[in-house]
Write a protein that binds this ligand. Structure first.
Ligand code: PMP
Length: 429
C-alpha cells in the first residue's frame, strides 16, 4: 500500500486554486488518489510522498528515450543558449524538416507547432482550404485533441446501428452548431465509409484516422480497411489526415503509415518527436501544404521554439540513426511475453493489440474490433488490476483506454535496474 499523505494534503490545497487540483482533467484520479510527481528519471517517476513507479504512461507517449535523457537535454540546453522565440525563423527548422521528410515519405513539406492539438487544427484547416469543403469524418475511437472540432463522440445509447450515428459533444462549451460539419464512422467498415462519401461527398473535405488507435487501447485497423480508406479518400476528393501524434516516431521511423504501407495527404506528429519537449508538426503533400501562406493562415508565437527544436533535432537523429526503435520494440515484446507467461499460468484469457512500443492488453482471447466492442467489453478486470499494479509501483492508466508505452530507458541502464523484469515480478505477486 502506497503512502499518499503528502499528495492528499497537497490536493486539498491545490483544488482551491486549480480546477480539480491539476493542470489537465486527465491528471485527476479522484480526491483521494490524485498524486503529484516530484521528479522523473529514465523509465521511472517518484511522487512527492517518495513512492517510486515504473512508468508505462510516459506522459501519454512523449517519452520515447527516457526521462531526462542526457543527449536530448544537452541539445535542449544548447537551444536555450540560442534564445527562445524571435518572431523570425532559424536554420534548424529546415534541418528538422529534412529529417522528418527522410523518415516519413508523405512529409514533403512541414510546419511546426507546439502541441498535437495545434498540429491537427492546422491539418484540418489546410485540408478544408485545399478541398473547399468544411465537413470532416473521424474514425470512431480516435482522439485528435482538445479543440471543438475534435470533441465529438458517438451517442451509443441512441444509435441502433442504422444510418449515420448521432454525435454528442464530449464537453460542455462545444458549440452545437458545429455538429453539422462532423461525421463518425466505425473502424474497419469500408462499405459504410463509401456509402457516406457517396451521400455526403460534396460536403466532406477531410478524414481523420489513427490506424493504430493510440487513444483506444491501441486497437488497430485492418490493413485492408486502411488501404480502402486511402483509395476512397482519393476517389472522393477527401484529404486523408493520418494522425500520428501518438504513433509517429514510435512504432516505426515512418510511423503507422510505414507499418500500413500507405501515404497520407497530411499527417500530424508531436509527442515522441521531442522526447517530452513541446513540439509538433503538420506535414504532407507539397501541393496541399503549399497553400499555407497562399491565403491560409498558420502561425503561433511559440512555434519552433529554440529549445524544443534543438531537442527534436537530437531525438529524431537518435531515432533515425540508432537502433533505439528496434530496442524499444524488443523491450515491448519481452514485457508482453513476461505478462503473458503469468496470465497463462493462471489460465486467464488475454491478448495484446497495437504495437510492442504502444500496447493494449485485453482479457479476452480475441481483441475488440473497435471502439464499440471495447465499450461493450468487460474491462472490469482491468479496472481492478490497474490500481493493484499502481500500488505495487507499476504505473499504468486506471482504465484500459490508454495503451502501455515503452521507452528506451526501461531496460537500458543496468544501475537503474530492469523495469521490465520488475514489472513481471510485480504482476505475478
Ligand atoms: N492526436 C492524437 C492521436 C493524440 O494522441 C493526442 C494526445 N493524446 C492529440 C492529438 C492531442 O495532442 P496534445 O495533447 O499534445 O494537444
Amino acid at each position: 500500500q502506497r503512502k499518499l499523505e503528502r499528495s492528499r494534503a497537497h490536493f486539498r490545497k491545490a483544488a482551491k486554486r486549480l480546477p480539480l487540483g491539476v493542470a489537465s482533467n486527465f491528471r485527476y484520479w479522484g480526491d483521494e488518489d490524485t498524486f503529484y510527481i516530484a521528479r522523473a528519471e529514465g523509465g521511472r517517476l517518484t511522487d512527492i510522498d517518495g513512492n517510486g513507479y515504473i512508468d508505462y504512461r510516459l506522459g501519454y507517449g512523449p517519452t520515447i528515450l527516457g526521462y531526462c535523457d542526457p543527449r536530448v537535454d544537452a541539445a535542449a540546453q544548447e537551444g536555450m543558449r540560442i534564445g527562445s522565440v524571435f518572431a523570425l525563423s532559424t536554420e534548424r527548422e529546415l534541418s528538422v524538416a529534412e529529417r522528418i521528410a527522410k523518415m516519413v515519405p508523405a512529409a514533403e513539406m512541414v510546419r511546426f507547432s507546439c502541441s498535437g492539438t495545434e498540429a491537427v487544427m492546422a491539418a484540418l484547416r489546410v485540408a478544408r482550404a485545399y478541398s473547399g469543403k468544411d465537413g470532416y469524418v473521424v474514425a470512431e475511437g480516435g482522439y485528435h485533441g482538445v479543440f471543438d472540432a475534435a470533441l465529438w463522440t458517438t451517442d451509443m445509447e441512441g444509435w441502433a446501428g442504422e444510418g449515420d450515428p448521432d454525435l454528442v459533444p464530449y464537453s460542455g462549451g462545444v458549440p452545437r452548431m458545429l455538429r453539422s460539419l462532423v461525421w463518425q464512422v466505425p473502424l474497419n467498415d469500408a462499405d459504410r465509409l463509401e456509402d457516406l462519401f457517396k451521400r455526403q461527398g460534396d460536403k466532406i473535405g477531410a478524414m481523420l484516422i489513427e490506424p493504430i488507435q493510440g487513444n483506444c487501447c491501441a486497437i488497430s485497423a485492418d490493413p485492408d480497411y486502411v488501404r480502402a480508406v486511402r483509395e476512397l479518400c482519393t476517389k472522393h476528393g477527401v484529404v486523408l489526415i493520418v494522425d500520428e501524434v501518438k504513433t509517429g516516431f514510435r512504432v516505426a521511423r515512418g510511423g503507422a503509415q510505414e507499418i500500413y504501407g500507405i501515404q497520407a495527404d497530411l499527417c500530424t506528429f508531436a509527442k515522441a518527436m521531442g522526447n517530452g519537449y513541446p513540439i509538433s508538426a503538420v506535414a504532407g503533400r507539397r501541393d496541399i501544404m503549399s497553400i499555407i501562406g497562399r491565403g491560409v493562415v498558420h502561425g503561433g508565437t511559440y512555434t519552433a521554439h529554440a529549445v524544443s527544436l534543438a531537442a527534436a533535432e537530437k531525438t529524431l537523429e537518435i531515432l533515425d540513426e540508432t537502433d533505439a526503435l528496434e530496442t524499444i520494440a524488443g523491450y515491448g515484446e519481452r514485457l508482453r511475453e513476461g505478462l503473458s507467461g503469468v496470465l497463462k499460468q493462471r489460465s486467464i484469457p488475454h491478448c495484446f493489440v497495437g504495437h510492442p512500443a504502444l500496447s493494449g492488453l485485453f482479457f479476452s482471447e480475441t481483441p475488440p474490433a473497435g471502439y464499440r466492442d471495447w465499450k461493450a467489453s468487460d474491462y472490469l478486470f482491468y479496472d481492478t488490476l490497474a490500481p493493484l499494479l499502481v500500488d505495487r509501483g507499476v504505473l499504468i492508466e486506471p482504465d484500459s483506454r490508454e495503451p502501455w508505452f515503452i521507452c528506451e530507458a526501461h531496460a537500458r541502464d543496468k544501475a537503474a535496474g530492469d523495469c521490465l523484469d520488475e514489472t513481471v515480478t510485480a504482476f505475478a505477486a
